[in-house]
Design a protein around this ligand. Structure first.
Ligand code: ME8
Length: 656
């Protein structure tokens, strides 16, 4: 054990603010495949995942749900169909699971914070800036994009409070050097993004404590402050090994990590803030941060609030855990974004698993059963027809390893499926059914053909085992491979399967899916989930009083087009609209909606207005009519949406 190469790999620790979706599952499955691959190659692997449970977002959600923050996160982490259940279902082989609310982690974070403070790298100041609540990120004005969070595009809020700061600026040059001159961050394309967007414009010191909420690790030497959630979260990778705590004691053994797998939007935290803090702590840096892409849905990010998340439970239960794991890593290049669709999932299952792998297995196993009663004879007769297949299968482990060492899961799987495809073609070329017609003359040749097929299946199953652990084990069982010819070494030695291996027929591993039916079922489930995700609206009570029809008909509703729109001076409520109402004379309407819209967002839009109200003056300006909006309250907050019409509708069109 002591001589084994160590490999420490981590996933991000997930926010238990909502149930996890397929995007989160993607990263954990990738990490699991890498951990299993490294174990297969003989490494002593530590695979860590966990949950990042502090922060204002969780505190707010718990309040909305009427429970304590701890109860809230407990439910999402360990409740029914929670995060732990999901990883169990997905056959995730993590060795450790950290929760940032665990006592040992909390006290270790306090010590880490104090150490950086005592060193002078954390100092007290006043924080004034912008805060994105969903991302738990502070931004300066200059970092905002169109006034919004540069990561998620959502509105930010003003924040001002006494706070501690980490001297991130002090480490800017060293971090830039790390990014530009080492392989610390991959894929390489992410390096330019980090250096050009964040380091070159000037790294500012980072606000690392908050006083406006309490759900976090308390700064023990200054009550009222809680540690910024990202400081708390990033150090999980080391507290889970025993840094500043007695819970574990293998920090020296496993740190520095070999690789942190992280999604692209949190590369900034892992490749700038994390190394800078480790430098401050005088700790070794992780060997690599790999920033993977997102799974998109209809070209956009999945999000609970959009109601477009894909539920991994539904897919795993419907198509099988291994099929889902396989699909995720076979279909999308790990470093780039990929579009998730039910059609793509079903297509991959039908083509790769049912047609290619499943068929190869069931044909081979049934032919060995039919022609040899499940056990091959020892006699052989080789042929030039075997050469290409045997050469391909013999070199497969090397080609696969080359790709896996670069985290290129998709390419590694493509190599395996080239051999599987070639083996299926080999069946057709050799037509075993024809050979079987004269067993006296062709028995030895038929045994050779069958043996080559079993060998291709054996080597493929070993190499597929990090991706599809249960199915691979079943393939090895069906082809009669014993432990010594199911391991990593034997995957490089063609001919390792015993000549007289006993083959047993088993279940069809990957049944073909009726795509049309399955897609319709999934769409119905998604529709239901979308409805369930819609926020409960607090609507204005409906009026009981009736208006007679003639009175109603007197109201003149028209389509109007916004020619210009601006804020009214000295008013933080009013917007002034110059509108084309189809009469050829501009109409001016003032509307108290500045809180909800920026003027420039509305220019060119087609809106609905009532145009025969008597003119009235607001802030000294005349308003001729009223724009129609929908209003409601959501979680106590007023919401307003202008009624927008199709731009094809001409200005002046009457609404009736
Ligand atoms: O970021 N496709 O937690 P998180 C691919 N707590 N990956 C996705 C994805 C998608 N559609 N959606 C989310 C956090 N992810 C922090 C991490 S680590 C010290 C702290 C990935 O639950 C996302 O990119 O919001 C991230 O890597 C991970 O899920 C966890 O996201």
């Amino acid at each position: 054990m002591e001589n084994k190469k160590r490999f420490y790999i981590t996933t991000p620790i997930y926010y238990p603010s909502d149930k996890l979706h397929i995007g989160h599952t993607y990263c954990t499955v990738a990490t699991d495949a890498m951990a299993r691959y490294k174990r297969l190659t003989g490494c002593d692997v530590l695979f860590l995942t966990g949950t990042d449970e502090h922060g204002q977002k969780i505190e707010d959600k718990a309040r909305d749900a009427g429970v304590s923050p701890q109860q809230f996160v407990d439910n999402i982490v360990q409740g029914e169909r929670g995060i732990l259940d999901l990883w169990k279902l997905m056959n995730i082989s993590n060795d450790r699971f950290i929760r940032t609310t665990d006592d040992y982690h909390v006290s270790a974070i306090q010590k880490i914070f104090k150490k950086m403070y005592e060193k002078g790298d954390i100092y007290k100041g006043a924080y004034k800036g912008k805060y994105c609540k969903p991302c738990e990120s502070f931004w300066t004005e200059s970092q905002l994009v169109d006034g919004k969070c540069p990561d998620c595009g959502r509105p930010v809020e003003d924040a001002e409070e006494e706070a501690y700061f980490f001297k991130l600026s002090k480490y800017a040059d060293k971090v830039q050097d790390l990014l530009e001159n080492t392989d610390f961050l991959e894929p390489k394309s992410r390096v330019n993004e980090m250096v050009n967007n964040f380091i070159k414009p000037g790294l500012e010191d980072l606000c690392v404590s908050r006083t406006s909420f309490t759900w976090g690790v308390p700064v023990d030497f200054d009550p009222g402050h809680v540690v910024y959630v990202w400081v708390d979260a990033l150090f999980n990778y080391t507290t889970a090994l025993g840094l500043f705590n007695d819970r574990y004691d293998d920090y020296d053994k496993y740190w520095p990590a070999d690789v942190h797998f992280v999604g692209k939007e949190i590369v900034r935290f892992h490749s700038i803030i994390w190394p800078a803090m480790l430098m401050s702590m005088e700790m070794p840096l992780p060997k690599k941060v790999f920033g993977h892409g997102w799974l998109l849905l209809d070209g956009g990010k999945m999000s609970k609030s959009k109601g477009n998340v894909v539920d991994p439970y539904v897919l795993a239960e419907k198509f099988g855990v291994d099929a889902l794991r396989f699909f995720l890593l076979r279909t999308f290049p790990f470093g780039s974004d990929g579009n998730f669709s039910n059609e793509a999932l079903i297509g991959t299952i039908n083509v790769d698993l049912a047609n290619d792998l499943g068929n190869l297995l069931s044909r081979t196993v049934s032919m060995v059963g039919k022609y040899f009663d499940g056990q091959l004879p020892a006699a052989r007769k080789e042929d030039a027809l075997d050469d290409e297949l045997v050469t391909m299968a013999s070199g497969l482990r090397g080609r696969y390893e080359e790709q896996m060492e670069h985290y290129a899961f998709q390419n590694a799987l493509a190599e395996v499926f080239k051999v599987i495809g070639r083996a299926n073609k080999y069946i057709d070329e050799n037509a075993p059914w024809a050979l079987a017609k004269d067993m006296d003359a062709n028995g030895d040749r038929l045994a050779t053909v069958m043996y080559n097929l079993l060998e291709c299946l054996r080597i493929s199953a070993i190499l597929l085992s990090p991706f599809m652990p249960a199915s691979s084990a079943e393939i090895l069982r069906q082809i009669g491979a014993c432990g010594c010819c199911s391991n990593w070494d034997s995957a490089a030695v063609y001919g390792s399967l015993r000549a007289d291996a006993v083959v047993v027929r088993g279940d069809n591993l990957f049944p073909r899916i009726d795509a049309e039916k399955a897609v319709a079922e999934l769409e119905a489930i998604a529709e239901q989930a979308k409805k369930a995700a819609l926020p409960a609206l607090e609507l204005e009570p409906q009026l009981e009083e009736k208006v007679d029809f003639d009175t109603f008909c007197k109201s003149d509703f028209r389509a109007v087009k916004v020619k210009a729109c601006e804020n009214v001076k000295k008013s933080d409520k009013l917007l002034k609209f110059t509108l084309d109402d189809g009469t050829g004379v501009d109409r001016q309407i003032l509307s108290g909606i500045a809180k909800f819209y920026k003027p420039e967002e509305l220019v060119g839009k087609t809106l609905m207005a009532i145009v025969n109200l008597p003119a009235r003056k607001m802030m000294g300006q005349e308003s001729c009519g009223m724009l129609i909006s929908a209003v409601h309250t959501e979680k106590g907050e007023e919401k307003l949406n202008l009624l927008m019409l199709d731009d094809k509708i001409p200005a002046g069109a009457k609404m009736c």
